[in-house]
Design a protein around this ligand. Structure first.
Ligand code: AMP
Length: 473
């Protein structure tokens, strides 16, 4: 099966060939025909499944023969990094069509965007807040929009963007095609889908199974020994590029500093960084200046790194879905990757939830020669206990499953890698134990996703914050 079956516009088909896609992913197989047919589509899929091309190709097919320079398609994304990634993909696929996609998001100079909008764009990929600014200043004309795409609708909701989205909808022509993608389907998103979509075709790809190419391991350890154990793991592990997750911004910063002091090329990414510093950290990680990146879930959304060999959870995530998102950054596109998670006694319930989602027990490992008996410091030293600065509100226990209708926790979403990792699938990288075998490897043919950045207004956002800030409260 190849892309020719979709009978895409020849110039769009040429774009597919130029980027080297050969076989459509499951979400593409399901979504492209109804989108080409002009139907509204609700796609349940994470980033990493190929969903951008699933909506992007039919979108370009539709626009390919029309006028140029009018905004005929609007894609809304929750984060600027996701917006950039979508924009990049669309422009790559559109390279033969003379269609132009541009981004609109906050945290950067609005005048540059106004200039680009004036020069004419066919597709705008926007974060809601800044787009609203343009709407209210009259610097964007959305009256010709034929297709609306709401990407990562659940993240949009999590970040408090729904009121903005609703305002944007009012600025669009009533007659249009609507496509909505979401990794999960909580009640609010279901309601939004009912509001926006007209007799949608629902397409779905497995959303919780992590990449089959990732092996998982747990490292039980006392809270106060996490940093020494991290050093030990790094010392004995053949890592290329490591993404470390912490629960709080503060911890991300501190662990990053500790690693740097320990001689590692490490950087950290947290919500408090300016866009320039974020970008410098991301670029440095991408180009290998930094081998290690320490980040929180929210901050890590922008990470699109093709060669991540290891994800290390310094702190266990809040939900099994967040686990899937985190480890979605390694083992992408049929490459192998390792996901190490440090766990303390308090994490047992979450470990069980994650194992339920994986459908297998995760191997527990001990690092040979590491002194697990060092007692916790008497004084309440930093890292001696679980962090107290939660990134997001605590969810009730049931919500931790991320089931429809329940509030869900911070998660990264992400992008699978480009081809090119030289590692063979058999490479051994984990200290203190063998690589986990197929039993605990899960998943569909394409990896679960990772990566996208912060809301365009910067800073870790909680539901409601954004709206409150916009209204000056
Ligand atoms: P997405 O889920 O849209 O973020 O896509 C994930 C990654 O998969 C991107 O790097 C795409 O370039 C890539 N991709 C999407 N569709 C295909 C395909 N059919 N074959 C190979 N790679 C793909």
């Amino acid at each position: 099966m190849d892309f020719k079956q979709f009978n895409l516009h020849p110039k769009v088909q040429a774009g597919v060939e130029a980027v080297g896609y050969q076989v459509p992913t499951p979400i593409q197989l399901q979504a492209i025909p109804p989108v080409i047919a002009g139907q509204d589509v609700l796609g349940l899929a994470q980033t990493g499944t190929g969903k951008t091309a699933a909506f992007g190709l039919p979108l370009l097919h539709r626009l390919a023969d029309g006028v140029r320079g009018q905004v005929r398609a609007l894609v809304l994304a929750p984060t600027r990094e996701l917006a950039e990634q979508i924009n990049e993909s669309l422009n790559a696929l559109a390279q033969q069509t003379r269609l132009k996609s541009i981004t609109v998001y906050g945290g950067v100079n609005i005048n540059t965007q106004i200039k680009k909008l004036k020069e004419g764009a066919d597709i705008v990929v926007a974060c809601p807040g800044r787009l609203l600014d343009h709407i209210s200043q009259g610097t964007v004309n959305l009256s010709k929009v034929e297709v609306l795409v709401l990407d990562e609708a659940d993240q949009m909701f999590d970040m408090g963007f729904l009121p903005d989205v609703r305002k944007i909808l009012r600025a669009l022509p009533g007659k249009r095609q609507n496509l909505m993608f979401s990794a999960t389907m909580p009640d609010d998103i279901r309601r939004l889908a009912h509001e926006i979509l007209c007799r949608p075709v629902t397409v779905q790809v497995s959303r919780t199974a992590p990449a089959a190419t990732v092996s998982h391991a747990l490292y039980p350890v006392g809270q106060h020994l996490k940093t020494p154990l991290l050093f030990e793991l790094l010392k004995h592990t053949d890592t290329e590029s490591v993404l470390i997750f912490t629960k709080t911004k503060h911890r991300a910063k501190r662990v990053g500093e500790q690693l740097e002091k320990g001689g590692y090329k490490a950087t950290s990414l947290q919500g408090n960084l300016s866009q320039n510093r974020r970008q410098a950290a991301l670029d440095g990680f991408r180009d290998g200046t930094y081998q290690i990146m320490v980040a929180t879930d929210i901050a890590a959304r922008g990470i699109d790194v093709s060669l991540i060999s290891h994800v290390i959870n310094y702190d266990i995530p809040d939900t099994p879905e967040a686990y899937t998102h985190r480890i979605g950054r390694t083992g992408r596109a049929a490459k192998t990757g390792d996901a190490f998670t440090m766990v303390t006694g308090e994490d047992e319930a979450m470990v069980r939830s994650i194992e339920r989602v994986l459908g297998a027990k995760i191997e527990r490992r001990r690092v040979e020669g590491f002194d697990y008996t060092v007692p916790a410091p008497k004084k309440d030293a930093e890292f001696a206990r679980a962090p107290r600065e939660p990134q997001r509100k605590k969810q009730p226990a049931a919500a931790a499953q991320g089931k429809p209708g329940e509030a869900k926790s911070a998660q990264g979403t992400g992008r699978p890698a480009q081809p090119g990792n030289s590692r063979g699938p058999g490479a051994s990288r984990g200290p203190g134990g063998s690589r986990q075998q197929a039993g605990a490897r899960q998943g569909g043919s394409r990896p679960a996703g990772a990566g996208a950045g912060e809301g365009q207004r910067g800073g870790a956002q909680r539901p409601g914050n954004h709206a409150a800030r916009r209204s000056g409260k």
